[in-house]
Design a protein. Structure first.
Length: 92
């Protein structure tokens, strides 16, 4: 975790069991020292609808939100990390 980076924003991840991309996203955030709230939508149709509304209709998991920013899925989260932009988003 970079010096001075604190978990100042709420991080929410919509997931389903046995989702490899969900596990990868949680692992990346955990390695960065971040805490997050996991919302399992596999049996919760209400939360699934909330996720779809927040993510502009996306229905795949994971769907990741950092603060009010919709990051997208694991591919987008990983791209932010590779480009060096994830730390700024987490700390902003």
């Amino acid at each position: 975790m970079p010096s001075g980076l604190e978990n100042m924003k709420t991080i929410e991840i919509y997931t389903k069991p046995y989702c490899g991309y969900c596990l990868a996203a949680k692992r990346l955030l955990t390695m960065k020292g971040m805490t997050f709230t996991e919302i399992d939508i596999s049996r919760d149709t209400e939360q699934r609808q909330v996720m779809q509304a927040r993510s502009n209709g996306r229905f795949t998991v994971p769907q990741i939100f950092i603060g009010e920013v919709h990051v997208g899925g694991y591919d987008e989260l990983s791209a932010l990390e590779r480009s060096g932009k994830l730390d700024a988003l987490l700390a902003a």
